[in-house]
Design a protein around this ligand. Structure first.
Ligand code: ASP
Length: 409
């Protein structure tokens, strides 16, 4: 009997969770757990390495070919505008949701953590180090393409591929061989992705087993309220807000969407990396959700690096949580600064595990919140990262359907 890949992946995820809980119950020092976790780490690394292996050539060919095709159909302008418009609007909605939930539930209020006992006196509305961030972000956009390719610097690869795609079309027929080469390169990469996906059920099982076996549950329960608010609100965004946008703008049934998007969503959950999931996302969007390759090849890789709804929501909520922990009241103006910086921070975060934690520093600094708070957030981050990465990837897929619809008009 041939079981569909989707079902295999789902079973792998369930089995992985059960296995991880088993290891956790036995304790990390038990021989079985040690062996099991070691074996899982081999398997999950293999899966992640394979995905990362195809990532760079895939992003590069997909964007260059995507742009070239859009230009040919005279759609580039519209696709650009609707893509950026959708990214900004969906991230703004996510941030508003995060801020509203944090104001409503006030997680962390009254929770007295030693770390912050000295923080409040130092509090002053500090000048943002935001300028530095913007400067380094802009500086990182255009890089020697060979260095960018070698270092898997995705944002710089995206920028170079965009320009190359435009040049290919402006140059027209003269460059048809190079365009053909890139097109065939893209097809080859997608073929490799198809092979790698056969390993996905095992890779996902191993990733989830490892995650559950190594969680610090005691710490988690002391921050349970915050964790619940973040996960609840992120799911609200993923299950209500994004599907509404999908239904209202793209006129696609959410049920159909989730059925087609399953593989990518589970992979995002297990890998906590939009970039590593990208090959799977692209496959789902083109093959199951029937987005035209030109549009998918442009929106999805760009989205994987800049469009992060889950990260935006998390960072906004976490900043207010830290303020509560430190007993600091943020006024409306300061909350607006948090929202704005969060948007930039989410755009700037690369699609790798816990990237949001790094750019979180900038959000805290923007209103002078104690950056030591990272020490509290870090141990629970791996767990929260699963859900937010899933919603990040969902946003990219919804985006490609919305953009397809808008550019048809
Ligand atoms: N892990 C997230 C992603 O890859 C980024 C983050 O840390 O928020 O989309």
């Amino acid at each position: 009997m041939k079981v569909a890949l989707n079902t295999q992946i789902f079973l792998g995820a369930v089995f992985g969770v059960a296995l991880g809980m088993g290891f956790a119950k036995l304790g990390p020092d038990a021989a079985v757990s040690k062996q099991g976790i070691y074996f899982c780490s081999l398997l999950s690394n293999l899966f992640m390495d394979l995905l990362k292996m195809v990532l760079v050539p895939l992003v590069f060919t997909s964007i260059a070919v995507g742009v070239a095709k859009l230009r040919m159909h005279g759609q580039l302008h519209r696709v650009w505008l609707s893509t950026l418009g959708f990214f900004v609007v969906s991230m703004a909605l996510a941030i508003m949701l995060g801020v509203a939930a944090a104001n409503l539930f006030e997680p962390g209020k009254g929770l007295n953590l030693d770390l912050f006992n000295n923080a409040s006196p130092n509090f002053a509305a500090k000048q943002m180090s935001f300028e530095q961030f913007v400067a380094s972000f802009l500086h990182g956009l255009f890089v020697n393409p060979f260095a960018a390719l070698a270092q898997a610097n995705i944002l710089a690869i995206v920028m170079f591929a965009l320009l190359l795609g435009i040049a290919l079309v402006v140059g027209g027929d003269r460059y048809r061989n190079i365009l053909l080469l890139l097109q065939e390169g893209l097809e080859l990469m997608l073929r490799l992705v198809g092979w790698i996906m056969r390993l996905a059920p095992f890779g996902i099982m191993a990733l989830l087993a490892q995650l559950l076996a190594t969680q610090n549950l005691a710490l988690l329960s002391s921050l349970a309220e915050f964790v619940a608010v973040v996960i609840g609100t992120t799911l609200l965004h993923g299950l209500v807000v994004l599907p509404m946008l999908l239904l209202l703008i793209a006129k696609v049934s959410p049920l159909k969407f989730f059925l087609g998007a399953r593989e990518a969503l589970i992979t995002a959950f297990a890998t906590s990396s939009s970039s590593a999931t990208l090959p799977v996302t692209l496959r789902c969007v083109e093959q199951h959700l029937h987005v035209k390759p030109g549009i998918a090849g442009f929106v999805v890789p760009l989205g994987a690096t800049v469009n992060m709804d889950g990260t935006a929501l998390y960072e906004a909520a976490a900043a207010l949580f830290v303020a509560n922990l430190a007993g600091i009241e943020l006024d409306l103006a300061q909350q607006l600064i948090v929202c704005f910086t969060t948007m930039i921070a989410a755009i700037g975060a690369p699609g790798i595990p816990s990237a949001g934690m790094v750019t979180m520093m900038m959000v805290l600094q923007s209103v002078g919140l104690p950056t030591e708070a990272i020490a509290i957030l870090l141990p629970i981050d791996r767990l929260l990262d699963t859900v937010r990465t899933m919603v990040n990837v969902e946003g990219d897929m919804v985006g490609s359907l919305v953009v397809q619809r808008l550019s048809e008009r």
